[in-house]
Design a binder for this molecule. Structure first.
Ligand SMILES: CC(=O)[C@@H](O)[C@H](O)COP(=O)(O)O
Ligand SMILES: NCC(=O)COP(=O)(O)O
Length: 242
């Protein structure tokens, strides 16, 4: 099995630019194909309840045209469950969502929402969709993921990205410990949110981390470098850290 650290490119904010004018461009599906050509191992797309960026039509076209796996990010709602079951993406990552948030502000409370999540995880798994839970790097959340039978967790790196100095080092330790605990319990470990060329290396160097999902920064860099080069540089930074 290829142990190379995988890169999932989140294309949400290509859709943000498109929706700014209500035009048909830039097309997130075209961005996904360019990212794949540049070395992305997967594409992540977050269909939010308010459709502020990715739309249902984007998910339909990604499902039909993608040449690499689709990681469908979704809130834990019946609406999103039904859409996931309709398109049966390679993976579904369950994320917390609040309409008033500018972006994801924290991890899913898998422990506190256990009763709500259990049937959803079962339904997605029964449909052959690989479930991931976007959680804080904590033992309680890892324990809940184990009890829910989720094969994957994605550790929220947002706080690590916002902190500096000793506080950032402490958060990195917390992420590394959570990754080790999850892997020890047979769960595949991913990580993401807020990662850039400058902060990705310590996260990429965590041996139990198998995949990084990165979007906003790459789409920003694409304005200056082009999306292909933006992805290639992140790919290189991840490989250099291993
Ligand atoms: C869960 C996460 O950190 C991202 O994958 C999520 O998509 C962020 O939401 P926006 O893309 O709407 O900023
Ligand atoms: N789950 C994290 C993700 O898909 C991308 O997050 P960001 O890089 O856009 O912050």
């Amino acid at each position: 099995m290829n142990d190379r650290l995988r890169l999932g490119v989140n294309i949400d904010h290509v859709a943000t630019v498109r929706n700014a004018r209500g035009a048909g461009y830039p097309d997130p599906v075209r961005a996904a194909l360019v990212a794949a050509e540049a070395g992305a191992d997967g594409i992540t797309a977050h269909l939010r309840e308010d459709r502020r960026h990715i739309t249902d039509d984007d998910i339909a076209r990604l499902s039909a045209e993608l040449t690499i796996p689709l990681n469908f990010e979704m809130a834990a709602t019946d609406e999103m469950r039904d859409i996931a079951l309709k398109y049966r993406p390679h993976a579904a990552c369950i994320v917390p969502e609040k309409r008033e948030e500018r972006t994801t502000e924290g991890g899913l409370d898998a422990a506190g929402q256990f009763a709500q999540l259990a049937p959803l995880v079962a339904d997605l798994t029964a449909a052959g969709i690989r479930v991931s839970l976007f959680i804080e790097p904590s033992a309680a959340q890892i324990d809940a993921a184990v009890r829910l039978g989720s094969p994957v967790v994605e550790l929220h790196t947002g706080r690590y990205c916002e902190l500096a100095g000793a506080d950032q080092t402490a958060e990195l330790r917390r992420i590394a410990d959570a990754a080790a605990l999850a892997a020890k319990n047979g769960i595949e470990v991913h990580a993401g949110h807020g990662l850039t060329y400058d902060n990705v290396a310590p996260i990429a160097a965590i041996p139990q981390v198998r995949e990084l999902n990165i979007g906003h920064f790459l789409i920003g860099e694409a304005i200056f470098l082009g999306l292909g080069e933006s992805v290639r540089r992140m790919r290189d930074a991840m490989d250099a850290a291993r």
